[in-house]
Design a protein around this ligand. Structure first.
Ligand SMILES: Nc1ncnc2c1ncn2[C@@H]1O[C@H](COP(=O)(O)OP(=O)(O)OP(=O)(O)O)[C@@H](O)[C@H]1O
Ligand SMILES: [Mg+2]
Length: 436
């Protein structure tokens, strides 16, 4: 036990991390045992605490075995049409994406069952998914609803926050760590979970396939680290809240059976696809025959023709693309779709405002023209369904501020002019209804 004295404080060396600590109170070095010559500093005790906390759950559960027993039941409850019907309650259109996700999740359960039950060593390969679609078309929303439905751990991680080890930001291991916590610290459950990497396009190499590696080391490094994870490797990470240092205890998790879904807007990929199509059209000699001279192919037509080489051109390394065999494209939402998004989903903005105002004794009504005006404005803003709520919020703010001044029962009608010209809504008195 190393002990040095300087001024009035004693200095002890932690037997674990070897740091010399000036001990002003017992808090700095909670364990000092002169008999056995051991000191442990408060940082190391914190690490040990986190490690024990992170593991105690896993140790107390039988994990894999009990989960395997539940699989038949899970398969029955998570058939593709059931998953799609659930997603239909929240997401408008995007039928193909819903089907792809439903099948991917169902097959994931089947792979698990096969893996637990067969002894011949054969494996059903997993089919990781890449989702591509314009901003605000429902990619993140789809996955967040799917995650609520499924009975397996599911973690969403924003890929744009990831950096290569050594750079400022979160290491790619964070995606696995999130899954571990989504699995309630049950390692065997987490090893069969689903990881969704959102904003995946943000880790593309800055200037596409032809850029040299040295010009963009950060993103290339993130992709390389992610590749290892996608291929299946033992990922080591520190529990949440623990400092990173070489001696810190870590948790290890095998990613071999984890299903990866990645998604992003891939802004500009339509131009890459158009360029490729133009080239191939020119090669086979009927260039303008497919499209009229001035007629530009639309985003949706192009995006459905995306091929792995376009993603490579965009700046995703080929090895990663090879590990994402299912390409799922989403469509742009048109005015009618936006109109339905306003009113139909279980958590539709209009339904939410109706509920809020009903608590103030108010019946809220949006006229059809008003809703259409909101949808039209959202199309102008080019951010898909994302701007809908903001546009309504502008109009609703004054109402939500003024209405609670009194408690009398009223009917509030939002007209088209309220949205387009900022006119005040029509407010009519109403006979008091019994609430509750
Ligand atoms: N098809 C849809 N049906 C219902 N709601 C939708 C749909 N698309 C988007 N929304 C709503 O619009 C908002 C933005 O959507 P979301 O975050 O899923 O967009 P995104 O596709 O992930 O876009 P980005 O690429 O910019 O991240 C969410 O609140 C979501 O509920
Ligand atoms: Mg998103």
């Amino acid at each position: 036990m190393a002990k040095e004295t300087k001024q009035s404080y004693q200095r002890y060396q932690c037997s674990y991390c070897k740091r010399v600590v000036e001990v002003r109170s017992q808090y700095d070095m909670p364990i000092i045992d002169a008999n056995v010559g051991v000191c442990i500093c408060k940082n190391c005790i914190t690490d040990i605490y986190h490690f024990i906390e992170a593991h105690e759950h896993a140790d107390s559960q039988q994990g894999g075995e009990s989960f395997a027993g539940e699989l038949d039941d899970l398969l029955t409850r998570n058939r593709p049409h059931i998953i799609k019907a659930y997603l239909d309650e929240y997401i408008i259109n995007q039928d193909r994406a819903k089907k792809i996700l439903a099948v991917a999740a169902y097959n994931h359960y089947k792979r698990m069952k096969y893996g637990y039950n067969n002894a011949d060593g054969e494996e059903i390969e997993k089919s990781n998914v890449i989702m591509i679609g314009p901003s605000g078309c429902g990619k993140t929303a789809l996955l967040s609803h799917l995650s609520k439905l499924l009975d397996i751990p599911f973690a969403v991680t924003d890929a744009s926050s990831l950096t290569e080890a050594g750079f400022v930001g979160a290491d790619v291991e964070v995606a696995v760590r999130n899954l571990y916590y989504a699995a309630d610290k049950d390692i065997s459950k987490a090893e069969h979970g689903i990881i969704y990497l959102d904003e995946f396009d943000k880790i593309a190499r800055k200037s596409g396939a032809n850029n040299s590696i040295t010009a963009d080391p950060g993103h290339e490094g993130v992709q390389q680290s992610l590749l290892k994870m996608l291929e299946g490797s033992m990922v080591e990470f520190a529990p949440r809240g623990q400092r990173k240092h070489p001696e810190a205890p870590t948790i290890k998790l095998d990613t071999k059976n984890i299903l990866f879904i990645v998604g992003g807007a891939f802004v500009g990929i339509d131009k890459i696809i158009a360029k490729r199509l133009q080239k191939s059209d020119a090669n086979i000699g009927f260039g303008a025959a497919v499209q009229g001279k001035d007629e530009k192919p639309k985003y949706d037509e192009l995006i459905h023709k995306v091929r792995p080489e376009d993603l490579m051109e965009y700046g995703i390394i080929p090895e990663i693309i090879g590990r994402l065999p299912v390409i799922c494209t989403l469509e742009t939402l048109d005015e009618d779709a936006l109109l339905r998004i306003l009113t139909e989903p279980k958590n539709a903005p209009v339904k939410q405002y109706e509920k809020l105002l009903s608590m103030d004794n108010v019946e809220l009504k949006f006229e059809e023209g008003a809703l259409r005006a909101v949808a039209k404005e959202a199309i102008k803003r080019k951010t898909g369904a994302r701007s809908l709520k903001g546009i309504i919020e502008d109009t609703m703010l004054d109402i939500m501020f003024d209405i609670p001044r009194t408690n009398e029962a009223r009917k509030v009608i939002i007209t088209e002019k309220c949205i387009t010209d900022g006119q005040s809504p029509t407010i009519e008195p109403m006979a008091l209804k019994k609430v509750g």
